[in-house]
Design a protein around this ligand. Structure first.
Ligand code: F6R
Length: 241
């Protein structure tokens, strides 16, 4: 796995945004895999600004998000749909019909997972997948132990993950217990992957991801088997390497 090291979070945001800018300029019809969470917020701001300046257009691309909470409506302030809307969709020229997130309110979530997987395949697969990294090594909501061949599926969220995401909810108890996530295989199917990691609190897991055994027990280690996966990290996240 390639490693790109940056002085600070700002430099990291610029570099990752630049990768998306380049792809959108060269292939306006590209298929983007997107992530939520704290890490990509600044990067999305830069992409929105680049679109505002007319450097890039999202008009012809399609986006597929990694995950969504089960039970939250698209209008719920902590839903990933709202996050994407606030951080990117409402700020760029991407038609909403081309933005895809799993439907957390689908009556039949198993069917929703299959349909989501099919729409990714139908679009031609993901050209560039953005990932963040969980403290336990999760990617998407694929918690430790998720099978390598997993496709989009419903997951039970671990207490650690619910705790880490409690900051986006009024009460910690409001964090849903389940989510729909692209699986490990769905992620590894992407033609290219950028995993973006920032901050000293991620240093230990970054060390395990890069130096530890490749195992589903630390899902992000599986990225090391992908020919075009790269870790973009700042100095703090790299401090234990
Ligand atoms: C988000 C996602 C998660 C986060 C990860 C890191 O769509 O699937 O895997 O990328 O939990 O979150 P932050 O960036 O908040 O540290």
């Amino acid at each position: 796995m390639q490693i790109h090291l940056f002085q600070d979070k700002q430099a990291l945001d610029i570099a990752v945004a630049q990768e998306f800018v380049r792809l959108l300029q060269q292939h306006p019809h590209c298929i983007l895999g997107l992530a939520t969470g704290g890490t990509p917020v600044g990067m999305y701001a830069r992409l929105s600004a680049a679109c505002g300046r007319g450097d890039i257009s999202f008009a012809q691309c399609q986006t597929f998000n990694l995950d969504e909470y089960v039970g939250l409506s698209r209008t719920h302030p902590a839903s990933y749909y709202q996050y994407m809307s606030q951080n990117l969709f409402s700020k760029v020229d991407l038609p909403l019909s081309q933005c895809h997130l799993p439907d957390g309110q689908a009556l039949d979530s198993i069917r929703e997972c299959q349909a989501y997987e099919q729409s990714i395949a139908h679009a031609g697969g993901i050209d560039l997948q953005l990932l963040g990294l969980g403290h336990n090594g999760h990617i998407g909501f694929n918690e430790p132990g998720t099978p390598i061949d997993s496709l989009t599926h419903v997951v039970q969220l671990s207490p650690t993950t619910r705790y880490a995401n409690a900051r986006f909810f009024k009460n910690a108890a409001d964090v849903p217990t389940q989510a729909i996530t692209m699986g490990i295989r769905s992620i590894l199917n992407a033609k290219r992957i950028i995993c973006m990691v920032s901050g000293a609190d991620k240093a230990e897991i970054v060390r395990r991801v890069l130096r530890g055994t490749i195992t589903p027990d630390v899902p992000a280690t599986l990225l090391r088997n992908h020919p075009k996966a790269a870790l973009f990290i700042d100095r703090q996240a790299a401090s234990l390497l």
